[in-house]
Design a protein around this ligand. Structure first.
Ligand SMILES: C[S@@+](CC[C@H](N)C(=O)[O-])C[C@H]1O[C@@H](n2cnc3c(N)ncnc32)[C@H](O)[C@@H]1O
Length: 353
């Protein structure tokens, strides 16, 4: 297959490269039968993701010169690791999304589809074989790649009630609103910010329910709140910042490296907190750049990130899929006005015991 850029995506693109109401109890999801290979061709309908992004952000594409200039500004800030500036203006965030999130969304849609993660997370209705809803927490998922990939999978497999919460240290709330509107208008989904507030009669039953929520939060603060909360008479003194037990799937996609860069100790504490609090059966999906970009230095030694993860999650989790280096290559006939990146990455999918 002819290739697009063979440069791997590393961290930020600039550096290189519903609450779904569930009333009835449901069967325990089966472990995924992972026989597929990630290197298979992506589903051709993934190109709908590109059309969707172009439609949501049409005004940006209508002014290509201005968009190119904004992307350059963001790219420069990302290169200089000046994230404060890179994400300081709404137009910078939107420029980031249209430039870098589509490649990510394609890759994540492919991984979630090929590893059958929606079915592994929600299980299937024994009577109808339909995939049941699941709740997803996407750490560092503000830029939309994960939510787009999940919406595409929910639509492909006709799963209603998928519920996505993205937490991110940067404020992507407006971008989330843009995406929510696009899913409703273009993909006949019924994405709502707050399931409880919906007027049930107003929901078009032909639409798939797809709930997406954004929370601006430093995920590493979740560990401080947990420590503070543990101290009073064995009862939590403060509400946990994030209730990891309420999710079926937790993702950290191209974010784990950044967390380790911010604080290795706090990131290890976060992994411990997730291990302590996630319910049995929870899936934890990690995708990150393959190769030395993902090396972490501990004292005088250097370890690949996936090695540290496997070690940190040895107790309490079963690794159900691992791949230390694989490629997602964008099919040549996927057209998009901006560059799309091929990605070389490692994958870990753990299931909580
Ligand atoms: C390289 S980007 C990846 C974005 C997205 N997951 C994707 O793959 O397209 C890393 C994301 O993690 C977020 N992030 C970094 N540190 C964080 C923290 N401490 N808490 C929450 N989000 C964080 C950033 O704001 C950014 O959106």
């Amino acid at each position: 297959m002819p290739q697009k850029s063979s440069r791997p995506t590393k961290g930020y693109g600039g550096r290189g490269t519903a609450k779904g109401g569930r009333s009835a109890p449901r069967p325990t999801p089966m472990l995924p039968q992972i026989t597929t290979v990630l290197s298979e061709e992506p589903d051709p309908t993934e190109r709908d993701l590109l059309t969707l992004v172009q439609s949501i952000f049409r005004p940006l594409f209508a002014a290509p010169v201005a968009l190119a200039a904004t992307i350059q500004t963001v790219k420069k800030s990302l290169f200089e690791r000046d994230y404060l500036n890179a994400f300081s203006l709404p137009e910078y965030l939107r420029a980031y999304v249209v430039r870098w999130s589509p490649s990510r969304a394609l890759c994540y849609a492919h991984v979630i589809d090929r590893l059958d993660i929606l079915a592994a997370a929600g299980g299937r209705d024994p009577a109808t074989d339909e995939i049941l809803p699941s709740r997803w927490l996407c750490i560092g998922g503000g830029a939309g790649g994960e939510v787009l990939a999940l919406a595409w999978n929910a639509r492909k497999h006709a799963v209603s009630g998928v519920d996505v919460t993205a937490v991110d240290i940067a404020d992507w709330a407006d971008v989330f609103d843009d995406i929510r509107g696009g899913l409703d208008r273009k993909w006949d989904m019924q994405p709502t910010a707050d399931h409880e507030c919906q007027d049930a009669d107003a929901v078009d039953s032909a639409k798939l329910e797809f709930t997406m929520d954004f929370r601006e939060l430093d995920i590493l603060d979740a560990t401080c709140a947990a420590e503070a909360g543990a101290s009073v008479d064995g009862e939590p003194a403060v509400e946990p910042l994030v209730d990891f037990s309420s999710f079926d799937v937790i993702t950290s996609l191209f974010t784990t490296n950044e967390l380790f860069a911010q604080s290795r100790v706090r990131t290890m504490k976060l992994l411990s907190l997730i291990t302590e609090t996630a319910k049995p059966g929870t899936l934890f999906l990690v995708i990150e750049s393959a190769g030395s970009y993902s090396d972490i230095t501990v004292g005088s030694r250097t370890f690949p990130l996936h090695f540290l993860l496997d070690h940190a999650l040895e107790m309490g989790w079963k690794c159900v899929h691992k791949n230390d280096a694989t490629w997602f290559r964008v099919p040549e006939d996927f057209k998009y006005p901006l560059q799309l990146e091929n990605m070389r990455f490692f994958v870990r999918l753990y299931r909580k015991l």
